[in-house]
Design a protein around this ligand. Structure first.
Ligand code: SF4
Ligand code: SF4
Length: 464
């Protein structure tokens, strides 16, 4: 792997490739949630795909808290350097347990709840346990696109070899990877993928189901960027909640495809203080709804919102939607089939076409695309990281597009700035919705990261 990436990104990427998750927790702990819950699959060609985030997010929550405690004493890159040493000494997970406090099992429970809900709805599926290949989406997020392509080819061969034809997942980032990135990177990708919410909404409509929570509860829903904006899944959530007796949904100011970011998108690992600021903004907005419980459908959003509410001293809990449904499934009433129309929102401009991942092709396409920027700054207005960083132009959407243009034009750029601008983006996509020139800004940022890595424009001495 190339030398010119931040240590923390290298740590996450190597863990993903070698152990299967960004923290390097390992298969045994990643699969324990499923024991006694789901049979070894596929069943009828279908699997429940847990992915590499939900099963280890309880550990990530501990790590995120620990990072806050050591801030100012150690950099995240210092910590990333210690990880491989601890693993070589065989004390890695023991140390994590000891240092990061108790492991929150809520994320693993969400997976169990999701499988139980799907089974109750009559969906046939199995789980691959230790045979489940990691999606490798972190490689894509951090711009390691050549490594991602190689990994994705291997995943495809492995899934096909195991007879998998259809994937159902609770993780919207993984659902995005399988629906959008894999077809782009893997020739003849042929595996269907669905998010849990889509499957549940369809089954509930088909069976005419009404659920009953057995108590009154005011909830709000945080739309994850990847589910609402990238996959366009919005109406299904509202439909599902409208069919749960006892639940009152109070919508936050920003919702649906205009949702506000919770601060994840890889930033919680590379720039935790910025991630916390973004989360705070969203938490304050959700808090204004007066809801007793916040629901969402993404493990990283759950982490950011849970820790965000704690930081403002509020005891509002954050659940995965699957966990609420599992509770309401105890009381089910079946009726006539209904056919609601779920819109499939498509809010992004067309993706640029990169012919290959050669430096020449990357720079040519990035140059053509970023030359189209009119410098209007409309993209900056709702950029959550720009807002969290005092509206500095250099850390705004437009600033990032300008930087990529300079980078591929061969202009002198300060390497520290390349890192700072490109790796403080959460890839939420809010900018692309506003761009009058039709730039797919967050995709340009991912490919800009790839260009900066493979071109070696970031000297290693700046990465400490
Ligand atoms: S640049 Fe775009 S994708 Fe990145 S944080 Fe800002 S609005 Fe989100
Ligand atoms: S909105 Fe589009 S055209 Fe305007 S500054 Fe941003 S990227 Fe450039």
């Amino acid at each position: 792997m190339t030398d010119v990436i931040p240590e923390v990104v290298r740590f996450a990427a190597e863990n993903t490739k070698e152990v299967g998750d960004v923290l390097g927790i390992g298969t045994d702990k990643r699969t324990r949630w499923a024991r006694g819950i789901v049979e070894r699959g596929p069943v009828d060609g279908t699997i429940f795909y847990a992915g590499e985030m939900y099963p280890v997010m309880g550990y990530s929550e501990g790590a995120f808290r620990m990072l806050k405690r050591v801030e100012g004493l150690m950099s995240i890159n210092d910590l990333a350097k210690i990880g491989p040493i601890m693993r070589a000494l065989g004390i890695y997970t023991v140390s994590i347990n000891a240092l990061w406090g108790s492991i929150n099992r809520k994320y693993e429970r969400a997976l169990q709840d999701a499988v139980n809900v799907l089974k109750a709805l009559g969906v046939s599926l199995g789980y691959l346990f230790e045979d489940e290949p990691p999606s490798g989406v972190a490689l894509h997020t951090y711009g390691l696109l050549r490594e991602f392509k190689e990994h994705a080819d291997w995943v495809h061969r492995r899934l096909r070899g195991l007879g998998v034809k259809k994937i159902i997942t609770l993780d919207p980032i993984v659902a995005t990877a399988f629906r959008l990135y894999y077809p782009e990177f893997v020739r003849d990708w042929s595996i269907e993928s669905h998010h849990f919410v889509e499957v549940v909404a369809d089954r509930m409509a088909e069976l005419g189901l009404r659920l009953n929570l057995g108590r009154k509860l005011r909830v709000t829903y945080h739309d994850p960027c990847y589910l609402a904006r990238t996959l366009g899944v919005v109406d299904e959530v509202r439909f599902i909640l409208s069919r749960v007796e006892g639940v009152e949904l109070i919508e936050p100011a920003r919702r649906g495809v205009l949702t506000g970011c919770s601060g994840d998108g890889g930033l919680e690992l590379t720039q935790p203080p910025v991630a916390r600021k973004v989360a705070l903004d969203r938490v304050e907005e959700l808090s204004k709804t007066g809801a007793e419980l916040v629901l969402t459908s993404c493990p990283a959003c759950m982490l950011m919102l849970r820790t965000g509410f704690e930081s403002i001293g509020q005891s509002v809990d954050v659940w995965d939607l699957a966990s609420l449904l599992a509770e309401a499934m105890n009381n089910v009433e079946r009726g006539e089939s209904i056919s609601p129309s779920f819109r499939r929102y498509n809010v992004f401009p067309k993706s640029p076409h990169f012919r290959s991942l050669s430096l020449r092709d990357l720079s040519e396409v990035l140059k053509v695309e970023t030359d189209r920027c009119k410098k209007c700054g409309f993209c900056n207005v709702e950029c959550p990281t720009s807002k969290a960083m005092d509206r500095l132009e250099s850390r705004s959407s437009r600033g990032r597009v300008t930087l990529i243009n300079s980078l591929v034009s061969g202009d002198p750029v300060r390497p520290r700035e390349v890192l700072d601008r490109l790796y403080t983006c959460v890839l939420c996509g809010r900018c692309s919705q506003e761009c009058p020139a039709g730039l797919h800004v967050q995709e340009l940022i991912v490919y800009g990261r790839a260009y900066s890595i493979y071109s070696g424009r970031i000297p290693e001495e700046l990465l400490d």
